[in-house]
Design a protein around this ligand. Structure first.
Ligand code: SF4
Ligand code: F3S
Length: 106
């Protein structure tokens, strides 16, 4: 499956959800996740993310392996999102900021 990683936190552009043919994105307060049990590896979402936060599980950047488990865990708790919404007004400021994981809201 594909995995949403750290750079989505506080950026949350949501362009990714519109292209997913199986509606497997789930939305939290400041982050999205992919349900690994539903993702069919179609690859369509990866280029849609303006901040490059989506990777195939086997290509998740070093140090971000924790996001594999977080996608699986949080997809069970958060509701599905299928329609794009505006990103946070300060999304651009958070693009590429390191160590955003402690800012992830549940
Ligand atoms: Fe959805 Fe395809 Fe992305 Fe998987 S790879 S989350 S099926 S758009
Ligand atoms: Fe996040 Fe990128 Fe989707 S910032 S919400 S993974 S388009």
């Amino acid at each position: 499956p594909f995995v949403v990683t750290e750079n989505c936190i506080k950026c949350k552009h949501t362009d990714c959800v519109e292209v997913c043919p199986v509606d497997c994105f789930h939305e939290g307060p400041n982050f999205l996740v992919i349900d690994p049990d539903e993702c069919i590896d179609c690859t369509l979402c990866e280029p849609e993310c303006p901040v490059g936060a989506i990777f195939p599980e086997e290509d998740v950047p070093a140090g971000q392996e924790v996001f594999v488990g977080l996608n699986a865990e949080l997809a069970k708790e958060w509701p599905v999102l299928t329609v794009r919404k505006d990103p946070p007004p300060d999304a651009a400021e958070w693009d590429g900021k390191p160590n955003k994981l402690p800012l992830l809201e549940r």
